[in-house]
Design a protein around this ligand. Structure first.
Ligand SMILES: [Zn+2]
Length: 222
């Protein structure tokens, strides 16, 4: 197949020519309703990036001004909403050759949260963010058997400022509401939540490592 179509390529940053590698249409029409699912495998002719489109054309859906069906399109891999912070690799330290990274649980949770974020699974993302906060708190101040008590110890220990505490309380409340009160956070709320938590992780884990790089600076008066 040699159809050339234009799609937006995330890697090339714009509309580029794509080559159709494979297409299959599945006709699910019936009872006077039109419904076709089109599967496309396309390759960007700029960077050779390959993506998969699943487009659903349904007479029950929306139409453009020319009366053509506007397809519902799913894309894989999805457009990445945000990149992981550049300090992720420094979380690997301290690293034990036998036991691995001391922060492996935190790294795994962040990776899973990003998978949920990138696939628009906002409820699982916010639950993951809540689990991430709990994991960090317990690692730093131990488990006091209640979220609020852990948070109090966390703040008393100087890991977060009163302002960060307020922001974190809002994130945890959103997580709690998602789990217990059928709440569905918006994509923007999930983004704000991960912003807050990443700032705290950076301050606790990464800035501390950076501070240690200055440990050999001679003290004043010495
Ligand atoms: Zn490209």
């Amino acid at each position: 197949m040699s159809d050339i179509v234009k799609y937006r390529c995330k890697r090339c940053q714009g509309q580029t020519r794509h080559q159709e590698l494979f297409r299959k249409d599945q006709d699910l029409s019936g009872e006077g309703a039109y419904h076709v699912i089109r599967y496309d495998l396309v390759e960007c002719l700029g960077c050779e990036n390959i993506r998969f489109f699943k487009s659903s054309y349904s007479s029950d859906g929306e139409f453009d001004e020319n009366g053509n069906i506007i397809p519902d399109v799913e894309l894989y891999p999805p457009d990445t909403l945000r990149k992981q912070p550049k300090w992720m690799s420094s979380l690997l330290w301290p690293f034990d050759p036998d036991l691995g990274s001391a922060n492996q649980e935190i790294i795994d949770l962040i990776n899973e949260i990003y998978i949920a974020l990138q696939n628009g699974i906002s409820r699982l993302a916010i639950m993951g963010i809540r689990a991430l906060v709990e994991t960090i708190m317990i690692k730093k101040v131990g488990d006091h058997n209640a979220f609020s008590k852990n948070m109090d110890r966390f703040q008393e220990g100087g890991y977060i400022s009163p302002t960060q505490r307020e922001a974190l309380d809002a994130v945890l409340e959103a997580g709690h509401a998602t789990i217990h009160r059928a709440y569905r956070p918006s994509a923007q709320q999930v983004q704000a939540a991960i912003d807050i938590v990443e700032n705290i992780i950076e301050a606790i884990y990464v800035s501390d490592q950076n501070r240690k790089r200055f440990s050999d600076v001679p003290k004043r008066g010495s």
